[in-house]
Design a binder for this molecule. Structure first.
Ligand code: IMP
Ligand code: MG
Length: 190
């Protein structure tokens, strides 16, 4: 497993400590893919990647499914807030390319923290009359819950850490890491 990643930036030291390894992610995603393949067997499903955080999870997850009727679409959401806390004010930055009326929708998300982003998305998609909507999130931080959203598929339930990597960012950085790490900060005394 990779070592700690240490970066000096903006007068601070950023540390990323390995938390979920590539092997752990791969194993769990294989299980989720099998579960989705069983649950959606014989059905047409639209898997929606919530940009940008879910990109790596999405591409790995869909490769672990065996669903001939699977379609992919993309949707951009951004929540205003500080760099490590979301405010719950959500904005649609990119919409789906096709209608979802009458279709089974699977939302693929990186992490559910307060639940406010997913609540916004569920409300938004409901107006388009899909046949069903389920959430598949790689990570869930139950300690942050402000609104309970139904999550049928959860990769890992994690403690109250700020995590990066495997699609998740801090200030748009670290998305490319193949593993998930916990981020921490220190004053740079130099
Ligand atoms: P919410 O608080 O459930 O609305 O989550 C909003 C969004 O904040 C998620 O979709 C992520 O993009 C981001 N987020 C929440 N927790 C973390 C984290 O630990 N690392 C990186 N992004 C996070
Ligand atoms: Mg997100």
């Amino acid at each position: 497993m990779s070592d700690e990643l240490v970066t000096k930036r903006d007068g601070r030291i950023e540390r990323v400590s390995p938390y979920l390894t590539e092997a752990q992610l791969a194993e769990r995603i294989q299980e989720l893919g099998a579960q989705l393949s069983a649950d959606y067997e014989g059905k047409d499903v639209v898997a929606i990647a919530v940009l940008k955080g879910s990109i790596l999870f999405f591409t790995d997850l869909i490769r672990q499914t065996s669903l001939p009727g699977l379609r992919c679409d993309f949707l951009g959401l951004s929540s205003y807030g500080s760099r490590t806390e979301s405010s719950g004010v959500v904005r649609l930055t990119q919409d789906l390319s096709q209608p979802i009326e009458g279709r089974h929708v699977l939302i693929v998300e990186d992490i559910v923290d307060t639940g406010l982003t997913m609540q916004y998305l569920l409300d938004n998609l409901a107006t388009r009359k899909p046949a069903s909507v389920q959430i598949c999130t790689l990570l869930h931080k139950p300690s942050g819950t402000k609104v309970e959203v139904p999550m049928k598929y959860v990769g890992f339930t994690i403690a109250n850490h700020f995590v990066v990597g495997y699609g998740l960012d801090f200030d748009e950085r670290y998305r490319q890491l193949p593993y998930i790490g916990v981020m921490s900060f220190e004053e740079d005394s130099d």
